[in-house]
Design a protein around this ligand. Sequence first.
Ligand code: AMP
Length: 504
Amino acid sequence: MNANLYTLFRSRFPQDLNDCWLETDDAKYYSWRDLERGTAKIANLFASLQLPAGSRIAAQVEKSPEALMLYLATVRAGFVYLPLNTAYRASEMEYFIGNATPAVVVCSPKNFGWITQIAFRAGTRHVFTLDEPHQGRNSGTLLSRAVHHADHFDTVHREPDDLAAILYTSGTTGRSKGAMLSHDNLASNIRVLQDAWHWKKGDVLLHALPLFHIHGLFVAAHGALMNGSKTIFLSKFDSATVMRHLPRATVFMGVPTYYVRLLSDPALDHDVCKNIRLFVSGSAPLLTETFETFINKTGHTILERYGMSETAMLTSNPYQGPRKAGTVGPALSGVSVRVMNQEAQVCGTDEIGDIQVSGPNIFKGYWQMPEKTAEEFTEDGYFKTGDVGRVDADGYVSIVGRSKDLIISGGYNVYPKEIESVIDEVSGVLESAVIGVPHADFGEAVVAVVVMRDGATLSEVALIDTLKNRIANFKVPKRVHFVAELPRNTMGKVQKNVLREQLG
Ligand code: AMP
């Protein structure tokens, strides 16, 4: 059997290939036949280049249906896809291209000059361009070359453990590492999600996430492909555009920031969401306040799930059954999640420790970093996620933070999430981030960075006094900094490394 992931998706295409596969926000329609033929042409182009087996094909391109086809064509042709965040600049691209040594790089026409120089220095022989297709403008050399190739392609045979993609982690400490994901890692995970989230005939996905990250690519886009479902494909998240398309969709996935933005639109109500059967949130913690306000305004309970580039999805709140605010739900079928204490024993109920995971979805290791890979796995084969959390009596996992964000102050462990939750309850506070900064006496001192609600007047002294009544002294921040907004990356994660640099 051919374990190529594309073969799995191909087996799920609707009977009638003329059905709509993607509809874009500028009202362009692509059929499943367009997908099959478009990926065949690009795959044939890659085959004609006679690339070595296992070649990486790196792409730093704007979101477009063709960008999604580029990914699928790469997998179909048996190569390894390497998506890169469109925000990366020259020094970052130099690192990724130098590290992954891709045989092909695809970039936006506007970046062609400097990316070509970087790519050629790293030994890459082929650089193509792909632009968002604009009317009357050339959409780049990849498509203008591919168009001359045949629209039939026999999907290359792959074994389950062969690599399909390398995702570079966000690298908030040290250099970013390339997580190697196999065809089976991705196939097994999307099979499980298909069941867990009750994908059904007639579903329409509203896709607003970027394509260079696991959430938009392996959870959202894969979900619709696996179900043979139509996707309304937005080039980016924009609350007004999402609102316009929501009434025709049944499934929506977003990072927490998307939900916060949707909630700030006065037009969001039950009626706009009447056809939606599933709202999914992930990639960063969903605040309980967002979760509850969303229920009040729309009648929908957002389903929060947890995963990471190295593992694909690990846990999910249930489709049927209680979705608990502030938790990421129980382990998905076939995935084992355990929380371990300092003595390498499994923690009791609600006891905080390190989250470790195993399952068919766990990656094959970090690209060309066998030692780092070995360090991140336990002797019995569990991957150390670097997340700290706990499991409640019903098996629901809660994430308390990243282990590297743990603050050790005067010998005591301080979990930032716990302090953030207490601060967020203080009236006048919109949100907060708690970090540790070097301190002569305590080793590290707890410091809070707080965003106030509009019109609120809070002082550092008053906030610290309030907290002294609510939490143990060693957890109370020594300093509070008020800021207009927290620094976040494109996936909505608060960049604590940036705060530590600014305040450390
Ligand atoms: P990435 O590899 O960029 O997807 O980042 C993975 C990390 O995001 C995880 O290790 C978690 O720290 C965090 N994360 C993902 N989903 C959630 C969630 N639902 N709640 C809290 N943190 C999350």
